[in-house]
Design a binder for this molecule. Structure first.
Ligand code: ATP
Ligand code: MG
Length: 249
């Protein structure tokens, strides 16, 4: 469903992505895990066609992001690091506005607006101005705009950042439910997030993929570097792989 092929990104003299490759199967939740500055947001902005890579490409649902950016956007829902909200708009009007901008209208728009209201649990703030919303409801409104056009693919940049523990559980549950019919990539630097949500994990560091696989596969990969007997926690794995630094080819 998603095929990332040797993506490189250079900001002036600085190479933020040094050729990353990975795949995501249909219906899978992939956790993109990496420390601050690893290149997660850069990769997500390229996949959603908001940033043009220096080299490499990716296919989303068989479509090349460089050749068919508009089609890719139609099939993709994107929650950026800072959700693109208009503070003066009321939640309902904002979602109707975004839905219309993405080509929905009439009964179809009404149906999708009701669906995101329910799915993202926005009823309590439906008539409120976005400026009045708590961080958790802002994140939910951001998720609702990513979902309004019913995309096959969801790209979520730190979807639970800044939320309290109860809100985190709510968003995790929603993402898990969405994965029944969508393919999802989310980024985080929090180990518990990938443990709780991801079917597979790609660890990036300094613009390169250091390891990818299920948690069990990563454990096997990290074992020789961990210098420790017994089961490895995701934290042990992360530290072992990051301190061993060499990137995948
Ligand atoms: N527009 C830009 N111009 C120059 N450098 C940039 C730009 N955007 C990002 N970078 C640099 O590229 C690297 C990767 O940044 P990116 O935002 O992709 O990391 P990240 O993994 O999302 O980090 P975080 O966990 O802090 O969100 C960082 O060193 C960052 O400073
Ligand atoms: Mg980021």
């Amino acid at each position: 469903m998603i095929d990332v092929r040797s993506l490189r990104m250079r900001y002036g003299p600085f190479e933020a992505l040094k050729g990353i490759s990975f795949q995501v199967q249909s219906g899978e939740i992939l956790g993109l895990l990496g420390p601050n500055g690893a290149g997660k947001t850069t990769a997500m902005r390229i996949l959603t066609t908001y940033l043009y890579p220096t080299a490499g490409t990716a296919l989303i649902d068989g479509l090349d992001i460089l050749e068919n950016p508009l089609e890719v956007r139609r099939r993709t829902g994107y929650l950026p690091e800072t959700a693109p909200l208009y503070p003066d708009m009321r939640v309902e009007d904002y979602l109707r506005f975004v839905g219309t901008a993405r080509g929905l209208g009439g009964a179809n728009l009404n149906r999708r607006v009701s669906w995101v209201q329910e799915a993202c649990d926005l009823k309590p703030v439906w008539k409120h101005a976005i400026a009045e919303l708590s961080k958790g409801y802002r994140q939910r409104a951001g998720l609702a705009q990513a979902l309004i056009h019913d995309p096959k693919v969801l790209i979520l940049d730190e979807p639970t950042s800044g939320l309290d523990p109860l809100q985190i559980l709510g968003i995790r549950k929603l993402i898990k439910e969405l994965a029944r019919e969508k393919t999802i990539i989310f980024s985080t630097h929090i180990l518990q997030e990938v443990e709780a949500m991801a079917d597979r994990i790609v660890i990036i560091h300094d613009g390169g993929v250091v390891a990818q696989g299920t948690q069990a596969e990563l454990e096997a990969h990290a074992r020789p570097k961990a210098g420790k007997a017994g089961p490895l926690s995701l934290e042990d794995i992360f530290i072992a792989l990051l301190t061993a630094t060499s990137h995948e080819p």
